[in-house]
Design a protein around this ligand. Structure first.
Ligand SMILES: [Zn+2]
Length: 273
């Protein structure tokens, strides 16, 4: 079984996808490497990297504690996650929930036996805070907190490569729908924190769907927040994970904005505050 695929997508950056088709990014420094995000945790990503990509030491940095980003964390002793997301790990790891609920309609993951799931992390995570910098040798990573999609969501800026990894913090159909998601006003503050770094990057990498997105995505999502708070957004009903939520901007049957712009918020009514 081929659990992973990888592709060099730029100087010092390798994109790795797992069976669930969610991306992780390996950033290669002169001395060590950082794996940004850990996917669904099915198959051994650590072994794959050691055998196919690099022998340098690797540590892990997780953008947020959701099932498709955190679940190989037991494979890396040195694994960083913002402490505001720590209490979501049990839910993200829960093997039965993944196998029999989240993956039940997934074309590939539904058939993977539980024995191939990575083990539960027993060690505590290491915390990261806004502004923290990791030096990999010749390249650095800067942590930018953007709470919203989850309380501890972060974005990772790589100044030397003029690249920013958005995780799920800002996207085509950003979800403020889970119980742990922040209200829109808190999310807007997080986006303004990211906005300060405009001009320091001209490439945005995404974990889901297209690899890259246009630079105006952030401004579009900020505008969505402002309109939701003013009550002037489209409030367009959409189904997300089997539940009805509201899209700030009207979408087509593929959940793309009908006005052709990228960046939207799918939110639950009670997050409008
Ligand atoms: Zn997520």
């Amino acid at each position: 079984m081929d659990w992973f695929k990888h592709e060099k997508i730029g100087d010092r950056i390798i994109s790795i996808t797992d069976l669930g088709n969610v991306r992780m990014f390996l950033i290669e420094g002169d001395e060590r490497c950082c794996l940004v995000d850990l996917g669904f945790g099915i198959g051994n990503i650590r072994k794959y990297i050691e055998e196919n990509i690099t022998q340098k030491p690797v540590f892990a940095l997780v953008t947020h504690c959701h099932i498709d980003h955190v679940n190989a964390c037991a494979l890396y002793d040195e694994c960083y996650l913002n402490e505001k997301d720590w209490n979501q790990y049990e839910r993200a790891y829960n093997v039965e929930r993944r196998k029999y609920d989240e993956f039940k309609n997934h074309p590939i993951l539904k058939d993977v036996p539980i024995e191939f799931y990575d083990p539960r992390r027993e060690k505590p995570f290491l915390n990261v805070v806004d502004g923290q910098v990791f030096d990999l040798g010749g390249v650095t990573l800067k942590v930018i907190e953007v709470p919203g999609h989850s309380p501890g969501s972060i974005v990772v800026l790589i100044p030397e490569l003029r690249t920013c990894i958005y995780g799920d913090a800002c996207g085509r159909r950003l979800g403020l729908a889970g119980d742990a998601a922040a209200p829109v006003s808190v999310y807007l503050k997080g986006l303004m924190n990211l906005k300060q770094y405009d001009g320091q990057y001209d490439r945005i990498l995404r974990n889901h769907n297209a690899l890259e997105c246009p630079l105006d995505m952030l401004d579009n999502v900020i505008e969505c927040c402002q309109q939701i708070l003013a009550g002037t957004d489209d409030k367009y009903p959409v189904l997300r994970g089997g539940k009805w939520v509201l899209a700030a901007k009207q979408v087509d049957e593929n959940q793309r904005r009908v006005d052709g712009k990228q960046g939207n918020i799918f939110y639950r009514e009670d997050k409008r505050c």
